[in-house]
Write a protein that binds this ligand. Sequence first.
Ligand code: ZN
Ligand code: ZN
Length: 346
Amino acid sequence: MKAAILNSATKSLQIEEVDVPPVLPNQIKIKVKACGICGSDIHFILHGKMKATYSPCIPGHETSGEVVELGENTSRFSLGDRVVVSAGTSCGKCVHCLANRDNLCEEIGVLGFNQRGGFAEYLIVEERYLHKLPDDIPYAQGAILADAVSTPYHAIKYQGDLKPGETVAIIGCGGLGIHAVAIAKALGAGKIFAVDIDKGSLDNAVSYGADEVILLEKNMQVGKILKEKSGGIDLLADFSGFMPNIENSIRSMNRGGRIVLVGIGRIKLEIPMPFFIIERQIRITGSYGSDRRAIPELIQLYSEKKLDLTRSISGIHKLEEANEYLHALEDKKGNPIRFILNPELG
Ligand SMILES: [Zn+2]
Ligand SMILES: [Zn+2]
């Protein structure tokens, strides 16, 4: 089959013919119809920031496609079924996995990084990673449910514990944060503030339901501005990884407020006013990926017409154009949200 292979020497993807492995018991083979290019692929492929644990490495962790072969012991799918593949991999046996909290698994991994991903004509995965995709959700929109939409969903709903009517602030409105805005809206948030350093990302946020935007400039105290504009934030989710924003936002939090850290930065987080946090019972928590609950619940929100991802698909391209669109995403050329690769094109 044709696949986009990581070449870590040239920091790019190379289209090559590779063998398709046999379908083992408990596995299902899908013909890839769409695979999203994620911001983490930029770090992984263009900057060599993360190392693949297998070779040849085929990235891509936002995959949808059609079931074309069923391994022994599989039972939930039929040939021709439309499916989405979870981005996260896990052991499937530990206490967390058995409780559907697989993103807490000790052996957590990500498709593409730890095993072959979706930048290829075919993908073979364990049946437990698959979710049925209804006919009315296009493959491209289905694919991004795997990470771009499910990661913020987990952050907002489960780690952030959003309740209807609450005031929400989203810092960082790129591929993930933008969907945090959409999800907060879908789950009935009151007022939504979107914060970013990029004007185009804030325009996207407005189109997804942000009530007010803050264009962040250097040394700006985002917390102070949020406090003035909102009177108090109940849920703040950070997708930027820039910890000074968190530090100065603590004072903008309401009693019982939650701060959810999703963006991964290398700056240390200092807690400047512990008593403020203690007395107001403010929770600071992390959120990583999503668990098995996310994709089916997102499909439900979609079917209730509470979630429209049409604008999230910035273009559907050939596998051969992967490098070009990795760079276009990094350069934010044309204000993209998600570019999709479809190996069936070209
Ligand atoms: Zn991703
Ligand atoms: Zn596990």
